[in-house]
Design a protein around this ligand. Structure first.
Ligand code: NAD
Length: 295
């Protein structure tokens, strides 16, 4: 397919562009700023555009089969961006990009929503609610089929492998490779043409970690987190104590929706993190200390 990617130099953009290229798609990229000089972007068509302005993407959308729409202010911008900033980029920007796509005849859309959608009247969550409504508006009025992807937190974890990557997988975090799998599966899901006369579909999918424990398994966590964790992940206590990993808060159980509809099968969770940590630990504590976020 020919795919228009807005916000191409975002965290997701950097990862998904390489994957979509490798899958043989032809790409047109857009962002507010010029693309960074990175190999996945080499030689690709690029249109610099402020999506809040209301025009500039009509030409880029011509001949495209699918729009992958990424730009948004999100959780980490909440303190520095105003309500109006959130509205202008996440709502107005989304409206204008969808309008450009629909007038160019694009009928497939992957929209990046968020788990913050559940925070209905929060500054960020509200804009994702409206964003999903804009997808639905374009489906009903312009026949645009879509998958709305709602990820948990995958923001870069810097040098904090143990807590910001590892422990986050017990709470509101998802591994970035899993999240990219979800976006790629969404694109793949929309690729086949709709059978004649079929209703354009709307799919919502949670890009979250796999569910590897139940509420019952978490019982007593607040009283003795290490013991509760040891019951679920045998052998965890020693590693958690030695590396001072903070698991004091009771974890959340996730019940993601939509995964089956698009064939999303996340693989990384707190247990796989512990296995990786054990392997690194066998090489020495320096190997653990040297871990850096790869994106
Ligand atoms: N990062 C997360 O943990 C997370 C979690 C859930 C959902 N999401 C959603 O995923 C999407 C991508 O997130 P990310 O972390 O990869 O993004 P990011 O913050 O890394 O990048 C955002 C991109 O938007 C572009 N942009 C900003 N203003 C623009 C404008 N006016 N016109 C055009 N482009 C503009 C920026 O240049 C940048 O490339 C967002 O919609 C976000 O809400 C992210």
């Amino acid at each position: 397919m020919r795919i228009l990617v807005t916000g191409a130099s975002s965290n997701i953009g950097k990862g998904i562009v390489a994957r979509l290229r490798a899958a043989g798609h032809s790409l047109v990229l857009s962002d507010l700023d010029p693309l960074p000089d990175e190999p996945q972007f080499a030689g690709l068509e690029f249109v610099q555009c402020d999506i809040q302005v209301g025009f500039g993407l009509e030409g880029a959308a011509q001949g495209c089969d699918l729009l992958l729409h990424l730009p948004a202010w999100h959780g980490m911008h909440s303190r520095v961006k105003t309500e109006a900033d959130f509205w202008r980029l996440n709502v107005d920007g989304t409206f204008w990009v969808l309008q450009a796509a629909r007038s160019a005849g694009v009928r497939r859309l992957v929209f990046l929503s968020s788990q913050t959608w559940h925070d209905h009247y929060g500054k960020y969550g509200f804009t994702k609610r409206v964003g999903e409504e804009l997808c639905e508006y374009h489906r009903r009025n312009h026949g645009m089929r879509y998958v709305s992807v709602r990820p948990h937190d995958f923001t870069p974890w810097g040098a904090d492998y143990l807590n910001r990557y590892g422990a986050r997988l017990l709470y509101g975090g998802v591994d970035r490779e899993d999240m990219l799998d979800c976006v790629q599966a969404s694109v793949r899901h929309l690729e086949p043409d709709l059978p004649a006369g079929a209703e354009p579909e709307a799919v919502v999918v949670d890009a979250v970690r796999p569910d590897v424990f139940t509420e019952e398994a978490l019982e007593g966590w607040e009283d003795d987190p290490l013991a509760a964790c040891e019951r679920i992940f045998p052998g965890s206590r020693e590693l958690l104590e030695r590396y001072a990993i903070d698991i004091s808060r009771r974890p959340s159980v996730v019940h993601g929706i939509g995964a089956e509809a698009i064939g999303y099968a996340p693989r990384r969770h707190f247990g796989t993190f512990l296995e990786e940590l054990r392997t690194l630990d066998a090489k020495g504590e320096q190997a653990v200390a040297a871990m850096r976020c790869p994106y």
